[in-house]
Design a protein. Structure first.
Ligand SMILES: *[C@@H]1O[C@H](CO)[C@@H](O)[C@H](O)[C@H]1NC(C)=O
Ligand SMILES: *[C@@H]1O[C@H](CO)[C@@H](O)[C@H](O)[C@H]1NC(C)=O
Ligand SMILES: *[C@@H]1O[C@H](CO)[C@@H](O)[C@H](O)[C@H]1NC(C)=O
Ligand SMILES: *[C@@H]1O[C@H](CO)[C@@H](O)[C@H](O)[C@H]1NC(C)=O
Ligand SMILES: *[C@@H]1O[C@H](CO)[C@@H](O)[C@H](O)[C@H]1NC(C)=O
Ligand SMILES: *[C@@H]1O[C@H](CO)[C@@H](O)[C@H](O)[C@H]1NC(C)=O
Length: 407
């Protein structure tokens, strides 16, 4: 009797106050390209007279001004690779940092002067706004961001993984010991998986309520093969961003190799790249990199291939959300092109299949494998027409996340 009276009292006093507050704090983990970078220069060389050699900290990624001088951007942002020690480093005289760790602002907008291009260069902004509006979330208190150097794969990012773990613990503690919901997009999903695979079950049970994945490339994606071969204008017109000008950057960052298709999702006889002298499958990457005259790419693939390939279960509740019915590159054909340059200097003919425009459907549904390998729930949900990046603005997806956070 006394117990239930107490319970009622507690409910009356604590209940309404708690109802106003979010139940679970959220941590946002962005994908490839999904956070701001700042650079500071003290270089002795630059590719053009109009590229600065000296500077204070400025926004390198993403700034529309920088895209106008894409050669300068490429030279400052690309990585160099030591093919013996197998580590990457910046161009000499370039320092790079990702501002705002723990803060949402640098994962909400890619260009800090966002008002001019509202919508286009937004990233997690619309989701954060939605959660503030509908569930009383407060930025940097119970919704936080975990930006990182997305040029690299997790093998070179152990310091970041430790920081992410510490951020989860700190955020839980700042919010009365509540468990955290992780929300990742694209490559951020692979980073979350890698981080969780490294934690004990006791830690996960204590700190993680669920992991929500948006467009996770669980088995890689065909699109990076074009970045490696002939460059990719990032969805912009090839007149504005010339693929061959950005190719040195795209080749140089190990995340491109990390995101290539995995042989656990593509069969040995499926041709991914058709070229005049050879066809390439998941089993022919060594030949592919040799033939495009970028042999270090194969070493980068070896460095990154086994990080998450086995898809060991995260052993937390998973909500796997993904777009479908968007034309997605399934293979590239470099046949029937003029022969005045090597084939990989031309833009290919694209053979499409289903997916979200960037990630192939078979890869997006890779998380379904955990339904058999873990006891925690695995919930799959597809969204028709939800393109890989635009899905971050979809209200039906925001609504789904709201439901997860309200349970
Ligand atoms: C948000 O907070 C307001 C004011 O405290 C409260 O009236 C409202 O019920 C809360 N909404 C939710 C979804 O908790
Ligand atoms: C810039 O680099 C030069 C060497 O190239 C070095 O002597 C100088 O101290 C550096 N300046 C700053 C501000 O770091
Ligand atoms: C490393 O690169 C150099 C030149 O770029 C090349 O000559 C050498 O064979 C490469 N080493 C390995 C282990 O691939
Ligand atoms: C988050 O970033 C914004 C914009 O840069 C800044 O005004 C704010 O002080 C930062 N908040 C925290 C808690 O770091
Ligand atoms: C590539 O595959 C196509 C279709 O299977 C085939 O017709 C062609 O001969 C192959 N090309 C080479 C160079 O093996
Ligand atoms: C999308 O989800 C619906 C309903 O669960 C299912 O019937 C359909 O097969 C799914 N489509 C794809 C392409 O995964």
């Amino acid at each position: 009797m006394i117990g239930s009276t107490l319970l009622i009292l507690v409910f009356v006093f604590v209940g309404p106050a708690l109802a106003d507050q979010p139940k679970y704090p959220v941590i946002l983990v962005p994908g490839d390209g999904g956070c701001q970078f700042e650079a500071r220069l003290n270089k002795t060389d630059s590719p053009h007279w109009y590229c600065s050699k000296q500077s204070d900290w400025f926004t390198l990624w993403l700034s529309t001004l920088e895209l106008e001088v894409v050669d300068c951007l490429v030279d400052n942002m690309k990585l160099l690779y030591n093919n013996v020690s197998r580590v990457t480093f910046n161009t000499p005289g370039v320092e790079i940092r990702q501002p705002g760790f723990g803060n949402t602002s640098t994962v909400e907008w890619l260009d800090p002067v966002h008002p001019v291009f509202a919508g286009k260069l937004s990233y997690f902004y619309y989701l954060v706004e939605f959660l503030e509006k509908h569930l009383n979330y407060t930025r940097n208190v119970n919704i936080r961001g975990a930006p990182y150097d997305f040029r690299k794969a997790p093998n070179e990012m152990h310091a970041y993984i430790d920081q992410l773990v510490a951020l989860i613990e700190e955020t839980s503690s700042m919010n009365g010991g509540q468990k955290v919901v992780l929300v990742g997009h694209s490559m951020g999903c692979l980073y979350m998986l890698y981080m969780l695979n490294g934690q004990s079950q006791a830690w996960k049970d204590k700190f993680i309520r669920a992991m929500v994945t948006l467009g996770g490339p669980w088995g890689g994606s065909v699109k990076p093969l074009r970045l490696m071969a002939s460059g990719d204008s990032l969805g912009q017109s090839t007149h504005i961003i010339k693929p061959l000008e950005v190719r040195p950057l795209q080749r140089s960052i190990p995340s491109t190799a990390f995101l290539m298709p995995y042989d656990t999702f593509w069969a040995d006889d499926e041709i991914l790249v058709y070229a005049p002298s050879a066809n390439y499958t998941v089993k022919k990457y060594k030949e592919f990199f040799h033939d495009i005259e970028f042999p270090d790419g194969f070493l980068m693939r070896q460095d990154t291939e086994n990080l998450v390939k086995r898809l060991d279960p995260p052993a937390v509740e998973v909500h796997c959300l993904y777009g479908v019915n968007v034309k997605t590159p399934g293979a590239f054909s470099y046949l029937d092109l003029p022969a005045s340059c090597p084939w990989y200097d031309y833009q290919p003919h694209v053979i499409y299949e289903d997916g979200d425009g960037t990630v192939n459907l078979r890869s997006l549904v890779g998380c379904e494998r955990w339904a058999k390998t873990q006891k925690q729930g695995v919930f799959m949900k597809n969204f028709t027409g939800a393109e890989h990046l635009e899905m971050l603005q979809r209200v039906d997806i925001q609504q789904y996340i709201k439901d997860v956070l309200s349970k």
